[in-house]
Design a protein. Structure first.
Length: 202
């Protein structure tokens, strides 16, 4: 992604200051001033889009991220645009954007994960499975993709595969048993030992 040009530095800094102070209206005005100074500032469009998505305005976020992607051509900007469109309920457009990102970089595992999630949510289970499997073929240690695929497999009754993939939850949620001062039970018989069951979910 292109870095903001010098001409937008002051209004961009002011926008960030206003955001930190919780003044959304002023922040938006400064972002618009920065983009008026340099309409091609892809990084500013992207930052504005990310912020709008955080604020819950997915449609406005998608508009800003579309400009970011158009100016930068970056895979990351297309990926975030896809997420915004998905949040806005525009699944078909989101799919097209994710596929555009993959056309630019077929090995973008994050995009594959996001596309797979979209396909899963729209009941395209075989296509979703194929996407997650493709991501894991590229990066077998990609915990988020393993975790997401676990839910698909469990939902399809593939219990052995699903539960094995579900072990990725420890990496996803940062559970470190060693730092907890305990050893995970491996299922072996317990000889006069105690088993502590920890709740992992609310």
């Amino acid at each position: 992604m292109n870095q903001p040009a010098v001409v937008v530095a002051d209004p961009l800094a002011a926008a960030r200051t206003a955001r930190a102070a919780g003044d959304a209206g002023t922040a938006l005005a400064h972002y618009r001033a920065a983009l008026a100074a340099d309409p091609a500032a892809a990084a500013v469009h992207a930052e504005l889009g990310d912020w709008l998505l955080e604020c819950g305005d997915a449609l406005a976020a998608a508009q800003s991220l579309a400009l970011a992607a158009a100016w930068s051509g970056a895979v990351g900007d297309y990926d975030r645009l896809g997420l915004a469109l998905r949040a806005a309920g525009q699944e078909s457009a989101a799919r097209t954007v994710f596929e555009r990102a993959l056309a630019l970089d077929s090995a973008a595992t994050g995009v594959l994960n996001n596309l797979a999630q979209l396909l899963y949510e729209t009941d395209e289970v075989p296509a979703a499975r194929a996407c997650w499997q493709r991501a894991l073929a590229l990066d077998p240690g990609y915990a988020r993709a393993r975790f997401n695929l676990a839910f698909l497999e469990l939902g399809c009754g593939e219990l052995a595969t699903g539960w094995a993939l579900y072990e990725a939850r420890h990496a996803v949620y940062g559970i470190d048993y060693e730092n907890l001062g305990m050893t995970r039970w491996d299922g072996a018989p317990l000889a006069d030992g105690a088993l502590l069951v920890l709740a992992e979910q609310g």
